[in-house]
Design a protein around this ligand. Sequence first.
Ligand SMILES: Cc1cc2nc3c(=O)[nH]c(=O)nc-3n(C[C@H](O)[C@H](O)[C@H](O)COP(=O)(O)O)c2cc1C
Length: 204
Amino acid sequence: MSTVHLTILYYSSTGTNYTMAQTAAAAASELGAEVRVVRVAELAPQEVIASNLAWKAHVEKATSVPIATLDDIGWADAVIISTPTRFGNVASQLKQFLDTTGSLWAQGKLTNKVVSAMTSASNLHGGQEATVLSLYTSMYHWGAIVVAPGYTDSSIAAAGGNPYGTSLTVDIDGKFDINGLEAVKHQARRVVTVAGALKKGFNV
Ligand SMILES: Cc1cc2nc3c(=O)[nH]c(=O)nc-3n(C[C@H](O)[C@H](O)[C@H](O)COP(=O)(O)O)c2cc1C
């Protein structure tokens, strides 16, 4: 079976989704996938970032992560997307990048990509499920194949039980239960396994 190309596309202000992306990457690599971890460009004004110490610190830490390009999406057999919840929805930075994929869409290059989404939020009922489902609306337009975790592993219930995609709840200091990362790993492995089977089936 040819190697699965997996792109992990994320946005993170204060590091939670960065950690989720890196955790997913490690789990996927262990299964033999070739993985790119890329962040979408920051769009917030410098003065807004500077006014939040945690945000500023994370921006400085993440400078070594490449900025996502359309090639990262075109190259991928599978894409895992991770975004913080913003007012019950996808972060605008991430959405802005998705809105640049129209040329790939027009060429049919998004068809049959395996996709899966993750999020984090401050509140258990603060829009975690809505954010993931909102992302999937765009994925259906891509012609992608959404691979949600469902309840295919006990780690999902332990992480809060979001069957649409792993979501972690962060406290005011940005901390979360690290056991939730087991659900991230499971989701990544499931994506690689399904993408591998489809790649073999499509003979590409
Ligand atoms: C503008 C803004 C809107 C937010 N909206 C929500 C929300 O609707 N529900 C919620 O529970 N948390 C909300 N949060 C908290 C973020 O989801 C939380 O800080 C984020 O998940 C942390 O992820 P990160 O560390 O990767 O940036 C919001 C934060 C900001 C700055």
